[in-house]
Design a protein around this ligand. Structure first.
Ligand SMILES: Cc1ncc(COP(=O)(O)O)c(C=O)c1O
Length: 394
């Protein structure tokens, strides 16, 4: 039986990681993988995480099962972080998941449970590659809406609204909460407002994937658009990852939050999410979720975490400014000026696949084939050679 399983295409990023690891050149630069690196090229463990883990080791008395939806204290802590005061005033359903990917999967499955096999989900063009592939695996119909304007390096707000005006009532619209992956181009406050109006008029449900809160402009600023939308609409599905902003990648910490119209809808959604967890893996991972809860509910640890996160964001911004400056100097143009208006860890440079492959082969500069780069992969020492390589292939 097993030999009849058709081969699957290898994950592009994992393949890129392998190519990079196998490259013997000393000056090679990895801007491919989507993980934060500090100035020494390490993916550090937050000091607040270390302290919270230590506390857990000293105080935790059992590793017995927790509820199917995970720990309610974790739900409350994450809802407070993402929704702010709305978490106190709006009923919301929640469940813990293995990372943000697990949350995305459970969120899509939740949509499926709501019936209507014709219901489509609209994805921004482009989007995180796993959105489309998980939807295809689940057999959920999807459509694309215009999102990125390569000419301006910003969001094509008119195109987005025009495409979504064609969505059928009941359809779902996927949005990136902040720090759009892969482009780095985020919606402005007025775009969130216009979109909220359209969703309300056409009876569309937002599905917001939030994987980088705190990486753009700040923990609060990064969710202000999302909060306006949640407050104005009867229901929203939010999928959250703690991989990046708590550096807990391998612990698999995520959750689904679903603000609902009333307590009855909340109870039914909560039961459905717990049931989905049961079908897929029963109980969600607990250790990382408990670490996050410990940090968010302790004033000192929370301040420590926020400081470290602020430092990471500042470093990524400095790298953006420095790379944009080098490219301006080398090309004599503002062609890459958009680097500075983009948010978070990524930017799509707008290079062709051929240029990307030349950068890899001739300059040892690695990026994803759509020319997405990870700004955290750069250091003071690698910014000048990276910029020179990019300028050389133009
Ligand atoms: C847009 C987006 N959503 C979700 C995730 C999920 O991350 P994880 O499963 O590692 O928590 C990622 C990670 O790259 C992402 O970029």
């Amino acid at each position: 039986m097993l030999e009849s399983i058709p081969p699957r295409e290898e994950d592009k990023i994992l393949r890129l990681m392998k190519l990079f690891a196998d490259d013997p050149r000393v000056g090679k630069i990895d801007l491919g993988v989507g993980v934060y690196h500090d100035a020494d090229g390490r993916t550090p463990i937050f000091s607040a995480v270390k302290q919270a883990e230590q506390r857990l080791i000293e105080t935790q008395e059992s590793k017995g099962y927790v509820g199917l939806a995970g720990d309610p204290a974790f739900h409350r802590a994450m809802a407070g972080l993402v929704l702010g005061d709305l978490a106190e005033t709006m009923p919301f359903a929640a469940c813990g998941t293995p990372g943000g990917t697990g949350a995305v999967r459970q969120g899509f499955e939740l949509m499926k449970l709501a019936g209507n096999p014709q219901r489509r989900i609209w994805l921004p063009d482009p989007s995180w590659i796993n959105h489309g592939s998980i939807l295809d695996t689940l057999g959920i119909p999807r459509a694309d809406y215009r999102y990125y304007d390569a000419e301006t390096g910003g969001v094509d707000a008119d195109g987005m609204l025009a495409d979504l005006a064609k969505a059928a009532p009941g359809d779902v619209v996927l949005l990136h909460g902040c720090c759009h992956n892969p482009t780095g181009a985020d919606m402005k406050a007025q775009d969130w407002a216009a979109l909220t109006k359209l969703l309300a008029e056409r009876g569309l449900t937002p599905f917001v994937d939030l994987a980088y809160q705190g990486f753009g402009d700040g923990v609060e600023a990064d969710v202000s658009g999302l909060r306006t939308m949640v407050a104005a609409l009867p229901e929203t599905i939010i999928t959250v990852s703690a991989s990046k902003n708590f550096g807990l990648y391998r612990e698999r910490v995520g959750c689904v939050l679903a603000p609902c119209a009333d307590p009855k809808a909340r109870d039914m959604t909560h039961a459905a999410l717990a049931w989905l967890n049961r079908q897929n893996y029963a109980f969600p991972p607990d250790h990382g979720a408990r670490v996050v809860t410990t940090i968010l509910t302790d004033t000192g640890l929370r301040a420590d975490w926020q400081d470290e996160l602020d430092g990471m964001r500042a470093r990524m911004k400095e790298n953006r400014t420095a790379l944009a400056g080098e490219l301006r100097r080398l090309t004599g143009s503002d062609r890459f000026g958009f680097l500075q208006s983009h948010k978070g860890m990524f930017t799509v440079l707008g290079l062709s696949t051929e240029q990307v492959l030349t950068l890899r082969k001739e300059h040892g500069l690695y990026m994803v084939e759509d020319s997405r780069i990870n700004l955290a992969g750069l250091t003071d020492a690698t910014i000048p050679p990276a910029a020179e390589a990019i300028a050389a292939v133009l």
